[in-house]
Design a protein around this ligand. Structure first.
Ligand SMILES: [Zn+2]
Length: 217
């Protein structure tokens, strides 16, 4: 009887420990929102300036799905005219070799791990994803709390919302491996389907948020 009591106590203590460990291991809540809240009323289009910013991006738009390319360019343009942020697209389509080289980074090669996707496992490999960085004073700004346009909102969050308003899925919303510089359009296709050879129609589109409609016509 006495031993049963000790065992029960030990069991209870163990369960309390596991429960506490579980709660302490939960990551802090991420301050990013899940639904696009982007408003277009502060956008003042300056096509000449937009063109100049866009010209500094040198990814190959021709290797992207036409709609991804189109919305990717809009993303850079509207980030300038609506958010006063300079964006550079740093990656678009990635070949098998490029994806495997990137996967090796932080594993068999030096550097920090930037992807969990091997060749064929990333939407980049099908021309359906783009990566971007914020440029400030000609330098890349990766600080997640950065607020260069001084409106008390983290710039990365604003950019994520702009991307989503344009129809992209934003990597910053991913819970397991947030990828803040990443935007993709899957057109309803899983990686599994893409690997099996399925491709979105070249004419496929994804609707934009209503607020952005007047800006894209
Ligand atoms: Zn990416």
């Amino acid at each position: 009887m006495r031993w049963t009591g000790v065992l029960s106590l030990a069991m209870i203590a163990f369960l309390i420990g596991v429960t506490l460990a579980y709660f302490y291991m939960q990551p802090d809540p991420v301050p990013w929102v899940d639904e696009p809240t982007f408003e277009a009323d502060m956008c003042v289009r300056d096509m000449e300036a937009e063109n100049a910013v866009l010209a500094r991006t040198n990814i190959d738009f021709d290797q992207l799905h036409p709609h991804v390319a189109n919305r990717g360019a809009s993303f850079v343009r509207l980030a300038h005219s609506c958010l006063d942020l300079e964006i550079r697209l740093t990656s678009g389509f990635r070949s098998t070799k490029e994806q495997n080289d990137l996967y090796a980074q932080g594993r068999s090669e030096p550097g920090r791990i930037v992807t969990n996707a091997k060749a064929g496992q990333s939407y980049h490999n099908y021309g359906l994803a783009i990566d971007f960085v914020i440029i400030y004073n000609n330098k890349v700004d990766y600080d997640l709390s950065t607020d260069r346009n001084r409106n008390d909102l983290p710039d990365w969050q604003e950019l994520g919302e702009l991307g989503k308003a344009l129809g992209f899925e934003w990597g910053g919303d991913w819970n397991s491996f947030p990828d803040y510089p990443h935007l993709q359009m899957d057109f309803g296709l899983s990686i599994r389907q893409l690997k099996a050879g399925k491709r979105p129609d070249k004419e496929a589109t994804i609707p934009v948020a209503d607020t952005l409609q007047p800006l894209l016509n």
